[in-house]
Structure formats: C-alpha cells, structure tokens
Design a protein around this ligand. Structure first.
Ligand code: NAD
Length: 357
C-alpha cells in the first residue's frame, strides 16, 4: 500500500510559486519510484495572503499546517508590502507561523558542491570540502523580546532568552553534532551582553550530557571573520536568533549562490522546510530562479519528517548529477555550464535523474 504523506504547501510571493512547483515536480517523480502518495494542501501566507484575506497568516493556514505531516514553503515578501503596519507585513506571517508551530530550531547546512567551488567569492582551496551546519535559535531572542517600541525620539528592542529556550536549542545542536563530526562551536557576544553570558553557562551545562562532543565558544564578531577565513574549521555552529540570521547568510555565500541552500525549521510536531533565500522580486516571473535550494529542502523534509533517508539521498544525488552534467540556472552559469537552463528545465532534469540514479 502506498505511504501517504500530507504536505502543506505555501508558495508565497515573488519566485516562491516558481521554485515550489519544481520541488513538487521532483517529489512527484520520486512518488512513482517509491510507493509514496503525497497529498498536497496549498495554503496562503505573506503578501499573497494579505492581498486576498487582509492577513499575512490567515487562521486556515495555521490549522492546515498543524494538520499536515510537514510544511514545504517557498518565500514571502516584496516592496509593495514594506510600508504596511508590522502586523500586516509578510514577514510577520512567517514569524508567527514559526511560533505557532513551535519551530525553535533552524538547521542550515552549508555543503559546497565540488562542481561549483569556483562560484564562491572565496578561493577554491578555502571552500572546497566545506560541510558545516548553522543551528540557529528561531523563536526567541531580540526578534521576539518584549518590550519593543519605536517612538519619535528613540526605539528599542529586548534581547531575552530563558533557560528552557537555550537548553532545547543546545540539545538540538549536540544531537546534530553526534551524527556529524562531533564538534559544536557556540557563538555569542558574552564579552558585552549578559544574555550571552547566560547562554554560555547553559550551553556548558547541556554539553555535559554529550561527553563525546567537543564544545568551543566564539564571539560573534570573530565568528563572522573565521567563516570567511577558514570555514572548514566548523562542524556545528550553535547560535541565537539574530546572530544566526546574519551568520547563516554569510555562510551561504561560501557555496557561491544563495539559490542552492536548503533549511529545516523543527521543534514542534510539524516541521517546515524552505530555501534560505527570500522571494527575489527582482527576478520573479522570469523563469530564471534557481529551484535547487527548494528541491534540497524537500529532500530534508523526506529525511527529517518522514524518515525516508534513501529517497532523500536520491534527490540529493540527482541534484549533484545535474550539476556535474553542466546544467545551470543563470545565477551559477559562469561556472562550468554546458547548458543554461530555466527554472522549469532544471526541475525537469532533476526529476528525470531522480528516477534514474
Ligand atoms: P533575496 O534572497 O530574495 O534576494 C537576494 C538576491 O539573491 C537577489 O538578487 C535575488 O535575485 C537573488 N536570489 C535569491 N534567490 C535566488 C534564487 N533561487 N535563484 C537565483 N537568484 C536568487 O533577498 P532580498 O532581496 O533581501 O529580499 C527580497 C524579499 O524577500 C524581501 O521582501 C525580504 O523581506 C524577503 N525575504 C523573505 C525570506 C523568507 O521568505 N524566508 C527570507 C529573506 C528575505
């Protein structure tokens, strides 16, 4: 009997619909290899939801996500919604969904495809072989802390972490490290911030439960420098919400294109999978967006939410194969392209290879 997986699909804004369609194409190709029955439920979020319902995160979207086995998400946002009040902005929809699903841990793996080492702005010998994971705390810290306010003559936000919040993300990082190279580097600003001193103490406590994992600490400013100096020194980088936001974007550039990297947000019962990039309004609708990050996010969904390790490997091998053969979207066209492809063409090649590899 076919295995049924319920997937909530949020395409979002900008290039969101284009790239999510390609991930679905690849999942469908996989379904015919294995006996999977993917049931997609399309839901609204972001600007697209605001335009139709006046709310960037309608209650039906939260309910639909909670009723699914996993959420596959494209991207949200666009200039036309930038001047709306905060409650109505697309980003607020995503932040609220992460909270509603209790997605406190954000996995951002950065692996360099050998065929694309030249695509990085860093030297090939610096990036070749990089395989690191940024573990970012996603539902706490300064993005959510109260009080927050913007007044006439001043504005403020609050950076706050509770013991329980630090403990759970630290456990997540140590568990991930156990499956990797068993090294965690916790990144903070403990030389200036009390909240970071607190973070460090709790991470030290949690580390005692994982004697096989080595723990180091680094200040965030140094980490930003070390990531471009010698990224290979890192295995798992554990960090809070705002530092993780910045460092994971920096780390993404090691790979050469923001269009290649997937992410998973986990914690509660239902996890969410999305590319790390935004809605790229500058290229939306042109059929040139790179769908690989979203397709790789679908592979993470198979691995982490459905336990379908082999099927996930198949997608990842198909991506590698397509890159090896020289098929490229425009963002990576300067590096070994045999054929410059549209978004749908790359999706079709990967779907084809999924059935072959
Ligand atoms: P962005 O990631 O959308 O784009 C940055 C640059 O990378 C652009 O030049 C874009 O064309 C390019 N790019 C991004 N994804 C690509 C892909 N798959 N293929 C090829 N090129 C790609 O970041 P931005 O321009 O700062 O933000 C645009 C909008 O996206 C904003 O409204 C922002 O708030 C939103 N955003 C959303 C998310 C999300 O949905 N998770 C994340 C970041 C930004």
């Amino acid at each position: 009997m076919a295995k049924v997986y319920k997937i909530a699909v949020i395409k979002g804004d900008g290039i969101g619909p284009e790239i999510v369609d390609e991930a679905i194409k690849v999942l469908d190709a996989l379904a015919s290899v294995y006996d999977f029955d993917f049931r997609y439920n399309e839901l609204l979020m972001g600007g697209a939801a605001y335009e139709i319902t006046g709310d960037p995160l309608p209650p039906e979207t939260i309910e639909g996500c909670k009723a699914a086995d996993a959420v596959l998400f494209g991207a949200i946002g666009g200039e036309q919604w930038d001047n709306l009040p905060r409650e109505k902005r697309p980003e607020t929809g995503l932040l609220k969904l992460r909270s509603a699903l209790e997605l406190y841990a954000n996995y951002r793996p950065v692996k360099v495809y050998e065929e694309l080492v030249e695509a990085s702005t860093l030297k090939p010998e610096v990036v070749s072989g990089v395989d690191l994971l940024v573990m970012r705390e996603l539902t706490g810290g300064i993005y959510f802390g109260e009080p927050r306010e913007k007044l006439e003559d001043k504005a403020y936000n609050t950076m706050v972490y509770t013991k329980a919040e630090v403990e759970r993300i630290a456990h997540e990082a140590f568990k991930a490290a156990m499956k990797r190279d068993k090294r965690v580097c916790s990144v903070d600003k403990a030389n200036v911030l009390e909240v970071s001193q607190f973070w460090r103490e709790i991470v030290e406590e949690v580390a005692k439960a994982y004697p096989e994992v080595s723990l180091s600490h680094m200040y965030v400013d140094n980490a930003a420098m070390q990531l471009v100096r010698n990224p290979k020194q890192f295995d798992v980088i554990l960090t809070g919400n705002i530092f993780g936001d910045i460092l994971s974007d920096e780390a993404s550039m090691i790979s050469g294109s923001i269009g290649l990297l997937p992410s998973a947000s986990v914690g509660g019962k239902v996890a969410l999978y999305e590319p790390i990039h935004g809605s790229a309004p500058d290229i939306a609708g042109q059929g040139i967006a790179n769908p690989i990050a979203t397709i790789a996010s679908a592979a993470m969904m198979l691995r982490y939410s459905f336990g379908e390790e082999e099927a996930a490997d198949k997608i990842e091998s198909a991506i590698e194969q397509v890159l090896k053969e020289g098929y490229r979207t425009r963002d990576i066209a300067d590096y070994g392209a045999k054929e410059i492809c549209s978004t749908t063409e790359i999706g079709s090649y990967i779907a084809e290879y999924v059935a072959k590899v």
